[in-house]
Ligand binder design. Structure first.
Ligand SMILES: O=C(O)CCC(=O)N[C@@H](C(=O)O)c1ccccc1
Length: 366
């Protein structure tokens, strides 16, 4: 399966509504797609880096540059994901760029062998329970309206973005409106410091599943200290960029749940290693999201079907973010999404929709 070349494609996907987090507001998702072409098949990878380096240090233009100048030229000519991962190791960081290329190589290979992503990764289910992420809003009534809509759509878990000044009150309002049975968690995106520990412990009265990344991404020791003053389980996201980070966080007591985001950790092979490690330690994992199109969403749903993914993930339906996804849309059914069963990702871009949102394409011959 000789790789003949790689396409870098930039697309711009308007969001159905602005999505506000503690580090900014998105209205359009600029996405870098990677397409690996071989004689037998082509494979897709979605780079989850945002347009600006606000979630982490990576950003779409930087990912395109490191792929163009270093990662693609280093690719082994045979489409083998493990070999591709090894070939990229000499280059430091850029995990989201690496994840996109490794995924595209893996997708090309699996489309040729006919194995689905889920089967390759070790999925144990054919559908996954879905949660939804709710951004910071201008008012509590607006938040309650949004949560009502998602609960009515069937989402099995609600995640509320929080930040200083928007935390205890909105969480209390949601808990009071929807009762104690609603699976509820919060995500701070590193907006607090240890000085806020007592304030954050105020979340304990709401019976949350977890509080996600309350402190800075490089604050494992501080998270371990926070865990001693909060009853709510701490989940890490930005802090976990590898299985080694997960092992360190678990041994320090910095978290008791891990949000696994394949793009953040360098790809689905590392994501599976984190799953295996956490499962061995009795640490729950769930699949995070980065507003992926149906391509990344398909891969995430397959990952979320592994046995250690015991909490609903941010694997929402396509309609949560996009009026028209670039693949046939993922639609919630009884609070679940089906795991694609076709070869590779099991979904393909719809050509006319992809063309419509394409900003640029670049071909790199190998
Ligand atoms: O459902 C989704 O795909 C988004 C889930 C979500 O909240 N992602 C957050 C996060 O910090 O996890 C995020 C949003 C925007 C940009 C980066 C990350």
């Amino acid at each position: 399966m000789k790789i003949t070349g790689v396409e870098l494609r930039r697309i711009a996907m308007p969001l159905v509504a602005p999505f506000r987090t503690s580090f900014g507001t998105e209205t359009t998702r600029e996405v870098l797609l990677v397409r690996v072409v071989t004689a037998e098949a082509e494979g897709w990878g979605e780079c989850v880096a945002m347009a600006e380096p606000r979630y982490s240090s990576e950003y779409a233009d930087g990912a395109a540059d490191v792929l163009r100048r270093f990662l693609v030229p280093a690719l082994p000519r045979q489409a083998d994901a493990q070999a591709a991962g090894r070939a990229m190791e000499p280059f430091k960081g850029h995990r989201m760029a690496k994840a996109a290329l490794e995924t595209a190589v893996l997708d090309a290979r699996l489309r040729t062998t006919g194995e689905s992503f889920g089967s390759f990764l070790g999925a144990s289910r054919d559908r996954v329970p879905c949660g939804v992420s709710v951004g910071i809003m201008d008012s509590v009534p607006e938040l309650l309206d949004a949560v009502t809509g998602y609960v009515e759509e069937g989402y099995l878990r609600i995640k509320l973005k929080i930040e200083p000044g928007w935390d205890l009150a909105p969480v209390r309002a949601v808990r009071e409106r929807f009762g104690d049975d609603l699976l509820l968690q919060v995500d701070a995106n590193a907006a607090y410091t240890l000085a806020d520990a007592r304030h954050l412990a105020g979340l304990d009265e709401f019976g949350l599943l977890l509080v996600e990344q309350p402190l800075a991404e490089d604050d494992l020791v501080q998270h371990a200290r926070l865990a001693k003053v909060m009853r709510t389980p701490i989940c890490l996201d930005e802090s976990i960029e590898s299985a080694a980070h997960a092992a360190a966080a678990i041994s320090l007591g910095a978290c008791s749940v891990v949000n696994v985001k394949p793009g953040r950790v360098g790809g689905y092979l590392e994501a599976r290693r984190i799953h295996d490690l956490c499962r061995a330690h009795g640490v729950a994992v769930w699949c995070g999201g980065m507003l992926e199109t149906g391509l990344g969403r398909a891969a995430n749903v397959a990952l979320a079907a592994l046995p250690g993914f015991t909490l609903p993930g941010d694997t929402s339906g396509s309609g949560r973010y996009y009026a028209a996804d670039i693949t046939p849309p993922f639609v919630l059914d009884d609070g679940h999404l089906p795991v694609p069963a076709g070869p590779g990702l099991g979904v393909d871009p719809v050509p006319e929709i992809l063309e419509e949102v394409t900003v640029s394409t670049e071909w790199i011959a190998l």
